[in-house]
Design a protein around this ligand. Structure first.
Ligand SMILES: [Zn+2]
Length: 452
């Protein structure tokens, strides 16, 4: 109430100043009108607020928030559709998109609350779409984030105060291909012209970076073969692809990596290309105060509200260490997750750390296992100082306390035969693709379709 009062006083003052040069009689009349206009919002609030939004699109945040907060309950303006789809553009924020769709700040907070355990909305990717479904009273009933044809996150209203999320993953079908090419210029350009996309080239560079210097070790005439699989829903590529095997034949030696059924990459001798993880991202022992629980009941709504990580009680300022090598993909502040970090370890593994007090790394930075990345804290929605730790395998959270995270350095003896057979099959594919590639003097694709 106090805010409205101040706001209106300023409005009155502005109008008084504007009327100074006008004749006294007119001024009196105009003043009366101005006073009436300024007073009007008290009379028929919602309509005036809607006009305020449309007329004052460039006004400060506070005004817009007040306006849209009221807008959820106004009669239907002609241009609104009960279902609206929006394609995310560069520079958009969730808040700006909600403003455009006249969705209240309160609803924004409720959605962010529901998103805390999945954090799918914290980085908006241009090209992804948001679909809004409204109720008759223009309250938001459901919002769907479509990340790619195979992956959606649906936020559904549970009651007046709560939304819940559901992640919808279509398995699609995976198409396996072998891509072969020769080095001509940089590896990046050569791989691209052979038909690999940017993400695949980045994955390969990531896989082999500890073994090969892509600038120094490669020269014209060297060749490479890659077995990859790509995910399709119908005939649409989802953007998801996985490198099954990569071999670079150089004059002096061969660099290679093969993905085994345990989800790790090895060279042809079965030596791991990835350094092992340590189980916990901290030293010493800290009490497990809340377990990973995909079926947890929400303390307020009683509904299923997953806890996608494990909480470890620890004093604010306890050092947090990277449990494995990787790249920092997020170092952000979130209303509920607090200050949090995400590390991408490779194609398959990533980890998250929530409620931190201090970042010691920045986005884009490479980290090695054991590097100090942050200090634990109590930021965001947290009932006490603790570290919320998440371990994701292939994009899905697993229990970080019990999941079989890779801690072995080479293929165990019992799996040797299976590994050798797999390498033999992939290298046979590669040899064939290479032979075809050399004959044709052009990049060649050999194709095999598989359901997985
Ligand atoms: Zn937690």
């Amino acid at each position: 109430m106090k805010n409205y009062y101040i706001h209106d006083k300023k409005k009155l003052a502005r109008r008084r100043r504007a009327l100074l040069p006008v004749l006294a009689a007119v001024a009196v009349l105009a003043f009366a009108c101005a006073a009436y206009l300024a007073w009007t919002p008290w009379q028929d609030g919602p309509d005036t607020f809607v006009n305020a939004t449309e007329d004052n699109a460039t006004m400060g945040n506070a005004t817009t928030v007040n306006a849209t907060a009221a807008a959820d309950s106004v009669p239907e303006p002609p241009r609104r559709e009960p279902v609206q789809e929006y394609q995310i553009r560069d520079g958009d924020t969730l808040s700006s998109i909600f403003d455009q769709h006249l969705i209240s700040q309160t609803t924004l907070f409720q959605i962010m609350d529901a998103d805390e355990q999945i954090l799918a909305l914290d980085i908006l990717r241009p090209g992804n779409t948001l679909t809004f479904a409204f109720n008759a009273d223009w309250s938001l009933e459901q919002m769907t984030l479509t990340i790619n044809p195979a992956r959606q996150v649906i936020y559904r209203r549970v009651d007046a105060e709560n939304f819940e999320f559901e992640e919808v993953v279509h398995p699609g079908s995976w198409v396996q291909q072998t891509v072969a090419g020769g080095i001509d210029g940089s590896f990046f350009l050569s791989a691209q012209s052979a038909g690999l996309n940017d993400q695949e080239v980045a994955s390969i560079a990531d896989l082999l970076k500890g073994r090969i210097n892509f600038r120094r070790d490669l020269q014209a005439g060297d060749s490479f073969q890659v077995v990859r699989r790509q995910q399709f829903v119908g005939d649409q590529f989802t953007g998801e692809s996985q490198i099954l095997g990569i071999r670079i034949l150089c004059r002096k030696r061969t660099y290679d990596a093969y993905l085994f059924s345990d989800g790790k990459y090895y060279d042809h001798d079965g030596n791991s290309l990835m350094r092992a993880f340590v189980r916990y991202p901290f030293k010493g022992s800290h009490r497990l105060s809340s377990n990973f629980n995909p079926r947890r009941h929400h303390p307020v709504t009683g509904r299923i509200s997953p806890h996608n990580g494990a909480d470890f009680s620890m004093p604010v300022g306890t050092p947090v260490y990277a449990p494995g090598d990787g790249v920092v993909t997020r170092a952000l502040r979130h209303q509920f997750a607090g200050n949090y970090i995400e590390i991408r370890h490779n194609d398959r593994y990533s980890t998250r750390y929530l409620h931190l007090s201090k970042f010691l790394v920045r986005k884009g930075q490479s980290v090695k296992r054991g590097d100090k990345i942050a200090l634990s804290g109590n930021t965001g929605r947290s009932t006490g100082p603790h570290l919320h730790y998440e371990f994701h395998v292939a994009g899905r959270p697993v229990n970080p306390v019990t999941a079989p995270i890779p801690i072995m350095a080479s293929i165990p003896r019992k799996d040797r035969a299976a590994f050798k057979a797999m390498v033999a099959a992939l290298t046979a594919e590669m040899d064939q693709a290479r032979a075809t590639s050399v004959t044709a003097e052009a990049p060649q694709l050999t194709e095999a379709t598989g359901q997985n």
